[in-house]
Design a protein around this ligand. Structure first.
Ligand code: GSH
Length: 379
């Protein structure tokens, strides 16, 4: 009954899936891509060099942290890791997108812009993933090439000398709002983690909560958020810091008031880029047949792009490659919002009205997407 998690300690999306496996109480053991079995069996099945990958006891080989969580949630009813009420489900999906997509360039920025300050740590982390069992010197050398590869992603993520200041200033607002929230609540939606918490673990654990430079920042500025990154990897739901808290989502489909300032940042900071991503996607998708791989050149990619986007971000021009994966994740929240029944819709609209979120939820996305054979395709 043991699952195999192919991943690594310093991997963004492995952090999302590992936390889920721990909270769900599923037995697993973790294997690293430096294990020869990864190249021999896993790569040919997935057809991407990517982690995390889950191998099930039945021998299935699955990729994409979110798809894997969907698969496991459908298979194992208890303990439930997703609220069953409509507005909380929208907010959960939204935060999954925020942590998996919006915050990812920030995570990459704090890892690679400050590379020189944390070089030995990163060498050790990348080293154990690519060259297990070798000498320390050899590992550090081997790690260097892979590190250069990932560091080279920064410009395409919009991390450029002229955008670093605004990225850092706005991130401080997120640290503050999340810190205030986790002072009062163990998880985003109350006393039980949801899909949104796991999504947020993607960026906020392995990079922003663990690499020496950003982890130091988080500990100094947002210790309650740091503690949440620890809590998310504990095999229990309740936390003694909140003795009166039931191990459940807040009642009546409510959104904790302290989460509203965080949601306001989602709309303030994610909306401009997401609107640009949606516009590029809509143009590209208009005349493509169902089944087309969502990628400018049609190639299979872990993070496909449909060409460049540029938009105003707090007075700075942000330029980066478009991110259709972000559109795909946001679309789920949007579809859930469109399906709300009257009273729930009124409640959700009031929330959007208070937080300036309506225009984002009103943006039309002209086509549906799906994942097939480990890539994003037009439905
Ligand atoms: N959508 C995928 C993304 C996985 C991903 O980007 N994994 C990183 C490591 S954290 C990777 O292997 N990247 C390889 C690449 O981008 O080429 C998921 O959620 O699993």
């Amino acid at each position: 009954m043991t699952y195999i998690l192919w991943g690594s300690a310093h991997s963004l999306y492995t952090g999302k899936l590992r936390s889920y496996l721990i909270k769900k109480g599923l037995p697993y053991r973790e294997c690293l891509p430096s294990d020869p079995d990864f190249a021999a069996r896993i790569l040919p099945a997935v057809r991407h060099r990517v982690i995390p990958v889950l191998e099930t006891p039945a021998g299935e080989i699955l990729q994409d942290s979110g798809d894997i969580i969907d698969y496991l949630e459908a298979l194992h009813a208890d303990p439930v890791m997703e609220p069953q009420t409509p507005v909380q489900q929208i907010v959960s999906a939204l935060f999954d997108g925020v942590g998996s997509e919006y915050l990812m360039p920030l995570a990459m920025h704090y890892r690679w812009t400050y590379r020189a300050d944390q070089e030995v740590f990163l060498q050790a982390e990348f080293g154990r993933t690519v060259a297990a069992g070798h000498s320390r010197e050899e590992r550090r050398k081997t790690a260097g090439a892979v590190m250069n590869h990932f560091a080279s992603f920064l410009p395409n993520l919009g991390v450029l000398p002229e955008t670093v200041d605004v990225l850092e200033t706005t991130y401080l607002d997120w640290l503050d709002a999340l810190d205030a929230h986790f002072q009062e609540h163990p998880y985003l939606l109350g006393g039980r983690p949801c899909r949104g918490d796991f999504g947020m673990m993607a960026s906020l654990f392995a990079h922003l909560g663990r690499d020496p430079v950003p982890a130091g920042l988080m500990k100094r500025k947002a210790p309650n958020l740091y503690r949440w990154t620890e809590r998310m990897n504990l095999a229990v739901i309740s936390d003694g810091e909140y003795p009166a808290y039931a191990a459940d989502y807040v009642p009546d489909d409510g959104i904790p008031p302290s989460l509203e300032p965080v949601l306001a940042l989602v709309f303030r900071d994610w909306a401009p880029g997401l609107a640009a991503d949606i516009a590029v996607f809509n143009d590209w998708a208009a005349d493509k047949p169902a089944g087309s791989i969502v990628s400018a050149d049609g190639a299979r990619r872990v993070h496909p792009s449909l060409g460049p986007v540029s938009y105003d971000f707090h007075g700075t021009v942000m330029r980066r490659g478009s991110a259709p994966h972000a559109v795909w994740m946001f679309q789920l929240a949007q579809k859930r919002a469109a399906a709300l029944a009257d009273a729930d819709k009124a409640r959700f609209d009031a929330l959007l009205g208070r937080l300036q979120g309506q225009s984002l939820f009103n943006l039309p996305i002209v086509r549906d997407m799906a994942r097939a054979d480990n890539v994003l395709v037009l439905a």
